[in-house]
Design a binder for this molecule. Structure first.
Ligand code: SAH
Ligand code: SF4
Length: 448
């Protein structure tokens, strides 16, 4: 979502005359868009700021001013404390206020670099989406894939998570605004859209028909946009996987057979103490229903190890669940206490060495499953969306329906199209494929 937000900040600043720069040394303004989800992400902000300070001072000596802004969830959580720790920062803005950037830049300019800084970390009554200029297209120039935020914030308050405090209450964009933005992106060359939300499947936006639309209804309407070949959504919560969404996986050809469905733990005791609102068996049943709807569905997930109170038995239950489900890929994290969240003050802290050992076990099992999944793809025929040039000349890179990175020798004219390939080889983090002759008129001629 930060990738999407950063692109939208660029959209907001473009009318003021700002354009993307090659790096901080040549930039009149630098915005550091930050993440607060785990401690490591938050700490990076201050080391990065230290580096930007050096750049800002060097530019000042050359008579150039630099506006330095900190945006995103660290800005939201720490607010004015950032200015105390890094007084050379000019603007601190949260994820819900960036539509007000032009005004903040003007205020910072009036302050003329004097200490103080502009801080905008309230949750304004107006929705930023109503005040942003139209998105200009994919986040990357010439991009074939793009993100589009449809829902933001969260009311679920899992014990460990800062999102409800930093992104704020759950809110959905009206369907018409999403559809218009998607149509503009497709006109700009986007062929695959990933709909974003902290709980994207909790989406409940106002529909143009006066009804409230869920995510499945929204995706049906998006699928009608000519040229939009593929849809994905992330991140979804097991509790919001409603029957219409499961049916969409069966009925909507544009919806890709890949689902990121975080479960966090395989232990009911942990799931309860995390306030996830479901059991491990609920998750198993949900996966069964999804696989009945879409037998080739590839699953991904998130796991937290070392949440307060986690025992060896809880950890074993997580390994068991992973073993039973079989993931195509997954992310796992060592629990990181976040200030202000219920778990941060909870008893039963798990020793670092124990949590580290558990993390290694989870990661080894996931790696095994991922390798097995990719190995099983070798020999398979599947449609690949070519997204750009590959590493070698003559090669393109693309994405399988199951979100695997695929490389194949293919003409550049195929960028932005979906073409059939056969997977020939598994590498560590990607697959190699050959283009089916039928997909490539040049090849066909060569074969003839
Ligand atoms: N809304 C999604 C997850 C959003 S946060 C959901 O409910 O599943 C992305 C992932 O970061 C989470 O799934 C979790 O695995 C991880 N995470 C969040 N807070 C964390 C913390 N305090 N320590 C470690 N991992 C955390
Ligand atoms: Fe955080 Fe997701 Fe839980 Fe919301 S549902 S509090 S975003 S982990």
């Amino acid at each position: 979502m930060n990738v999407y937000d950063s692109a939208r900040m660029a959209d907001v600043l473009r009318p003021l005359g700002y354009e993307p720069a090659d790096g901080p040394e040549t930039a009149d303004m630098v915005i550091l868009n930050t993440c607060h989800i785990r401690d490591r992400a938050a700490e990076k902000v201050f080391s990065e700021l230290g580096r930007l300070r050096v750049v800002k001072e060097a530019r000042a000596q050359a008579g150039l001013s630099t506006v330095l802004a900190v945006a995103g969830c660290v800005a939201q959580a720490e607010g004015a404390e950032i200015l105390a720790r890094a007084p050379y920062v000019d603007i601190v803005l949260g994820p819900q206020t960036y539509h007000r950037l032009p005004e903040m830049v003007a205020r910072a300019a009036r302050a003329g670099g004097l200490p103080g800084g502009v801080v905008e970390t309230d949750f304004p009554p107006e929705q930023k989406f109503d005040h942003l200029p139209d998105a200009t297209g994919p986040q990357l120039p010439g991009g074939v894939t793009a993100f589009l935020t449809v829902q933001e914030g969260c009311d679920k308050f899992c014990s460990f998570c800062v999102v409800p405090y930093t992104r704020g209450a759950e809110a959905s964009r009206p369907a018409a605004s999403v559809l218009a933005e998607a149509a503009r992106m497709v006109a700009g060359g986007v062929r695959e859209l990933t709909l974003l939300g902290q709980n994207v499947n909790a989406y409940h936006g106002d529909g143009p028909d006066g009804r409230t639309w869920g995510l499945a209804r929204l995706m049906q309407a998006l699928a009608d946009i000519p040229g939009l070949l593929r849809l994905r959504y992330t991140t979804s919560h097991p509790r919001d996987m409603d029957p219409t969404l499961i049916e969409a996986h069966r009925d909507l050809p544009q919806l890709m057979p890949f689902l990121h469905l975080p479960v966090q733990s395989g232990s009911d005791r942990m799931l309860a103490s995390m306030n996830r609102g479901h059991t491990a068996d609920d998750y198993r049943r949900l996966v069964d229903r999804l696989r009945r709807a879409r037998p080739d569905l590839a699953l991904s997930s998130d796991f937290i190890v070392g949440h307060p109170g986690e025992t060896d038995a809880d950890h074993a239950a997580t390994l068991r669940l992973i073993g039973e489900i079989g993931f195509a890929q997954a992310y796992s994290f060592r629990y990181s206490p976040r200030p202000g969240t219920p778990a941060a003050g909870a008893p039963g802290r798990v020793a670092d060495a124990v949590a580290g050992g558990r993390l290694q076990q989870v990661q080894a099992l996931i790696r095994q499953q991922q390798d097995r999944y990719n190995r099983n793809s070798v020999g398979a025929a599947m449609p690949v969306l070519f997204t750009g040039r590959g590493r070698r000349p003559g090669q393109l890179s693309g994405r399988s329906p199951y979100l695997q990175a695929v490389h194949a020798d293919a003409p550049e004219s195929l960028i932005g199209t979906v073409a059939p390939v056969t997977i020939t080889e598994m590498l560590t983090n990607s697959l190699t494929a050959t283009l089916d002759p039928a997909a490539n008129p040049l090849l066909e001629r060569a074969c003839a």
